[in-house]
Ligand binder design. Structure first.
Ligand SMILES: [Zn+2]
Length: 425
């Protein structure tokens, strides 16, 4: 049963008060998650106005008066909120994104993506685990601290737009405009790769994105066997296969405790070639994404890819390939000794009766901007849901995940803000 015997694992009156507030509202938190799923915020194209209104309404209903919209474009709102304690102290930021990926292949959805249903204890709906349950949880955790009233420091929320398509209007803009400030941040992305609540993620991997353009000989296709001609499509295919097999060995990186598999190379995430029938193909290009680990720099990755292309070109006189760099989002890492790590572990033990291990989040997150640009160390992901079900048809998560997350966030926030940590960072 949800929160069964949690009382036995709580240490003091403040924890009991916060836990009672969440436990009494477990159904309400679930229903609010469903309200968020019912409010589409698909990105691309990207429009978070409706979902931000649902969130602002709920914050007001819960008595969280210090909340506002921050937006660089009218249809790309971010929601900011804060609950201030009664004495000076640390600031904990909880952050999550309010947009979702598109539903994708509708034929594979067994239910309406925007009409949440529970089947076999699983809440099915677009953005359930990624990450509307977490958004609901953060809002109720803030409400629990507001109800408690007396605590040091401050709990703030940054509920961001545009995370699913580059964060340009979300955390990237918020960080650049000075809206992000805290001692530490917890991002509520799904915490599991193999199971729910699997790991507290200290690392957010980065992403290096680029294209390779291959030039051949564009000409009348009827005479391609009579004149010297290089088929750009086939050259691209050869190069892409070679790159998938060999590029990783060119990459410069150090072993990392939590990134046991190192960087991930994905060649051919996009591909375009040729003109039409009758035209021998003179141009082809493919996209590559490399998921990077802490320590890998944009300069070095770019140089490593160029070195691979130089070697490939040197060994094939017909190959004309050019690197078109797009961008790199850096990896981030928080010190495992940061007090928030222990606070999250302790709260997990209290709520789930087990402690998640420490790990690296495989994807990139808003940590890239909240930590690198705004300087706030981030737990890259600790939230309800399960990564393999995100971005997929029939996205789902356990129906109790939102209430569990609210309990974990509220107890860990209380612990982090009240515990004696020595001097603030
Ligand atoms: Zn997400």
């Amino acid at each position: 049963m949800l929160f069964d015997r949690i009382e036995d694992r709580l240490d003091n009156a403040a924890q009991r008060k916060v836990a009672a507030f969440i436990a009494e509202r477990a159904d309400e938190i679930f229903e609010f998650t469903c309200d968020l799923i019912r409010t589409p915020s698909v990105n691309p194209p990207g429009d978070e106005v409706a979902v931000s209104r649902v969130i602002m309404d709920r914050l007001a209903k819960l008595g969280i008066e210090d909340c506002s919209i921050a937006a660089c474009l009218p249809d790309r709102p971010n929601v900011l909120a804060r609950v201030a304690g009664t004495s000076p102290g640390r600031t904990l930021l909880l952050s999550g994104h309010i947009d979702t990926k598109p539903a994708g292949n509708m034929y594979e959805w067994k239910t309406d993506p925007w009409d949440p249903v529970v089947i076999d204890d699983e809440l099915i709906g677009l953005g359930s685990g990624d990450m509307k349950a977490s958004i609901a949880a953060m809002i109720y955790a803030a409400a629990a601290l507001r109800e408690l009233g007396e605590f040091p420091g401050e709990l703030s929320l940054a509920l961001t737009a545009d995370e699913e398509n580059g964060s340009q209007y979300g955390s990237k803009w918020l960080a650049a405009e000075g809206y992000i400030a805290a001692d530490v941040c917890v991002i509520g992305e799904p915490a599991g790769v193999h199971e729910e609540w699997e790991s507290i993620h200290l690392v957010s991997r980065g992403a290096a994105l680029f294209k390779v353009v291959v030039i051949g000989t564009q000409m009348h296709s009827s005479i391609s066997d009579q004149l010297p001609a290089v088929n750009a499509t086939l050259k691209m295919a050869e190069l892409a296969l070679k790159m998938q097999g060999e590029l990783r060995d060119y990459l410069t990186f150090d072993d990392h405790e939590y990134c046991r598999f190192g960087p991930t190379v994905n060649v051919g995430v996009t591909a375009q070639a040729g003109v039409t029938y009758g035209v021998f193909p003179g141009r082809a290009e493919f996209g590559v994404d490399i998921r990077t680990i802490p320590g890998m720099t944009e300069e070095q990755v770019q140089a490593d890819v160029q070195r691979f292309l130089d070697d490939a070109t040197a060994s094939d006189s017909e190959l004309d390939a050019t690197l078109e760099w797009f961008l790199m989002v850096g990896a981030t890492e928080i010190d495992g000794n940061d007090p928030i790590v222990q606070s999250l572990a302790d709260a997990s033990q209290q709520v789930l009766d087990r402690t998640p291990r420490l790990d690296a989040f495989p994807g990139a997150t808003d940590a890239a901007y909240i930590q690198i640009a705004a300087g706030v160390p981030c737990i890259a992901s600790f939230g309800p849901g399960f990564l393999p079900r995100a971005h997929s048809p029939n996205e789902s998560m356990h129906k109790d995940g939102a209430a569990e997350a609210a309990m974990i966030y509220a107890l860990s926030a209380l612990d982090y803000l009240t515990k004696e940590h020595g001097t603030t960072a």
